[in-house]
Every structure is written in C-alpha cells, then in structure tokens.
Design a protein around this ligand. Structure first.
Ligand SMILES: Cc1ncc(COP(=O)(O)O)c(C=O)c1O
Length: 397
C-alpha cells in the first residue's frame, strides 16, 4: 500500500524524501481540504454569534473535542482542552496545577525530556521554590524508575511517553503506579507517542496527557491537554479573557465550566477542524497497520545503519520497545554536515540537540543526526539515504 498518494507534497515534490516526521509530519489532502472548506463555507467565530454560521462552526469545533476524547479514551469531551501545541499544554498545567504547589513539593521529570517538559517546571521552581528531581536513564536509553525519588513529597511526575531524541518508548504503567502510590499526579508528554501508538488515558489512569496536532498529521497551532475532570475542576484558570468566564464585574470575575474555563479567547477553529480529519484519517488506516508498517521500516533502518561502520546509533539498536526514529552520529562528521549533505539530495532529516539538552549532556554529545519515519516512508528511501550517508562520510574522510 502506498500511502504517499494521500499526501500532496509528495506529488508536488517528487524527489522529496521526508525523514523529519518527529519534528512535524506532512498533511494528507483530506486535512488540507477540510481546513480550506471550513474557511470557504463555514467560517465564523464560535460560541458567540447567535446565527447559523456560528452554530455550524461551534458544532465542528465541538465534534473535534469528541473525536479527540475517543482517540485517547477520555471519559468525557470536557476533559479535552485545546491549546496551541503541546508546549502550551504543559505550560498550562505548570501555571495552574503548578500554582497550587509550594516550596516543600517535588516535581519529578526524567533526563530524556524535551525542553517543553523541562523549562515550564524550571520556571515553576523559580516562582514557587519547588524541588525538581530527574529520573536517570538505563543503558539502552529508557527511563529508569528509581522509586527512591518518588516519595510523599512528590506531587507530579511528568514524563515523555516516547523520546524525541532516542526513540525509546517508556514503560508507563509502573511509573504511573509508583506515582499514584504516593498520591502524586502523572502527566504524560505524548507528543511523539500518540502518533505511533494507540493510547487509552482511562486504562493507563494518567491524570494529564498532552499532544500536538502538527505531528499527528494535523495543522499547526492546535494542541491538546487531557486532564481528569475532577482535577481540571480543582485547578485555577490559565489565561484570562473572553469565553472563560461566568461573570465579570469591575471588581472581579468567576470562571466558567470545563472546557471553556481553560480556553480564553478565540481558539484555532480551523486547526481543530483539520485535527479531527487527521485523527479520522489515522483511524481509517488503523493503528495496528501504522505500527506494523513503521516497525518494519524501523527494522530496515536499524539494519542499514548498523551495517555502516562509521555510524554510531545513539539509543537502542534493537527494534523493540522503540518508535520509528533513530538518532546517530558519524565518525569525524558533524551532524549539521550530515543534514546538509542529505538536504542537498532532497532528503530532510534533523540535526542538533533536539530540544533535549540535558539528554545530550547525559550522553556527552553536542548534537546528533535524527531520521524520524512515518508510515508513508519506504524501504527504498532508506536505502537511498544510506547510500548518500556513505558518500557524505567519504567526502569528509
Ligand atoms: C517529546 C516532545 N514533547 C514536546 C514537544 C513540543 O511540541 P510543540 O512544539 O508542538 O509544542 C515536542 C516537539 O518536538 C516533542 O518531541
């Protein structure tokens, strides 16, 4: 099955090999059409207008909330808050749930987190004096559950479901259990995981989960925070403004109900409309199919890269408990030169610290190159890229 034909960018750029899906995925025609159609036929603000277009736009926006809830197994659509991306979703938690913490409280992170799941907590530490603890990594790049770090002082464990730099997939249930055993809440950064694995927040019993639409084949500018209803209700609002209030006087305000309480101002309505179609598209293909295709591609990529003696894979080399992105270095060649060399042959990869500087420090590396795959990639593309990698190596050595 060739999924590429669903993605117009590959028709418009026939030579493109896109291996930067971990940064942002390409968009299927159906998503692009849905966003255009919304602006062409249904554009209006939501909630506010007492007219049929506003009603139509409001229904479309609400439909996405229902689709996202079903996508991740949330109990109610009200537990889904739209944000502009995963970064904003984590900041929302840090600035609401986080505001209820004090200097005796602890937030536990891991050393493989994206900066989006580190900096908001460092900022909280600056504001409230909380303590931050970091779970170390195992030799193969997984989060090591050191229960000594998770004691009664811990109020939140915030960790990634899949590393954007190593590709490792976190064994979530034991970490969630350890956190809940001491009464701590758990936030899962599913920015990478949700694209490759079916998640069920209810079964996992997570308290918060964040995702970002543009990695999920949806538009940019739309992200998701899932939170358990009771917890969201207990939290103060995030941004203040229109739509998040029940009542405003010159003296004060009272916040409205979920989910509007956390969605001040006009949201990204077209983005939400596109996100629904992106999720429907993924459902249509099916996660078992997506996972199977990506697993095969990852196995092929790992085989090819390990056969090149000048390449060192950073992270697990076995094709299990890992997603379809592989970071690596090349002997005597800087990762930016690898990326530039590939780019000159129409191959897009990412090189740098991958917004995970503490992780890079752990590995004592200034930067790595990263190939991140999607189900629309092919083994032929991997073969071509590995030939170009060999050329790059010989050019510099
Ligand atoms: C693991 C992880 N968390 C968070 C983010 C932040 O996503 P966004 O920039 O869409 O907010 C990313 C983006 O690369 C990521 O890979």
């Amino acid at each position: 099955m060739n999924y590429k034909s669903d993605f117009p960018i590959f028709e418009n750029r026939p030579d493109l090999i896109y291996f930067d899906n971990g940064a942002s995925s390409q968009k299927p025609q159906a998503v692009i059409d849905a966003v255009s159609k919304f602006y062409e036929e249904s554009n209006s603000n939501i909630h506010r207008g007492p007219h049929f277009l506003a009603e139509e736009a409001t229904i479309m926006y609400k439909n996405t909330r229902r689709t996202v809830a079903d996508f991740i197994g949330a109990q109610k659509p009200e537990e889904i808050i739209f944000t502009k991306n995963a970064t904003e979703a984590i900041n929302l938690v840090a600035r609401t749930y986080g505001e209820m913490l004090n200097e005796h409280d602890v937030v536990v992170l891991s050393r493989l987190e994206h900066h989006a799941n580190i900096v908001p907590w460092l900022q909280l530490k600056e504001r409230k004096g909380i303590e931050l603890r970091f779970l170390d990594l195992t030799d193969d790049g997984n989060i090591y559950l050191n229960t000594d770090l998770i004691d009664e002082k811990v109020k939140l464990v915030s960790i990634s479901g899949m590393s954007n730099a190593l590709g490792t997939i976190t064994d979530l249930p034991p970490i969630i259990e350890a956190a809940h055993d001491v009464g701590a809440k758990v936030l899962i950064d599913a920015s990478q995981l949700a694209v490759h694995r079916q998640i069920n927040v209810h079964q996992l019993d997570v308290d918060f989960l964040v995702m970002t639409g543009h990695k999920l084949y949806g538009p940019t500018g739309i992200g998701v925070l899932y939170g358990k209803e009771k917890l969201l209700r207990s939290m103060p609002p995030f941004l203040g403004g229109g739509d998040m209030i029940r009542e405003v006087t010159t003296e004060g305000f009272s916040p409205t109900e979920l989910p509007n309480k956390f969605e001040a101002g006009t949201p990204n309505i077209a983005g939400a409309v596109g996100l629904k179609v992106a999720i429907d598209y993924m459902f249509k293909i099916g996660f078992s199919k997506i996972q199977k295709v990506e697993h095969e591609l990852t196995g092929h990529l790992l085989d090819k890269l390990t056969s090149l003696p000048f390449i060192k894979i950073i992270g697990p080399t076995e094709n299990k408990s890992r997603g379809c992105l592989v970071s690596f270095t090349m002997e005597n060649v800087h990762p930016h030169d690898i990326a530039e060399g590939l780019s000159s042959k129409n191959i897009c990869i990412r090189a740098g610290q991958h917004c995970a500087q503490p992780l890079m420090d752990t590995y004592n590396l200034p930067a790595v190159a990263r190939i991140s795959l999607a189900f629309y990639n092919t083994k032929e593309e991997i073969d071509v890229s590995c030939e170009v990698l060999t050329d790059i190596y010989h050019y510099f050595n």
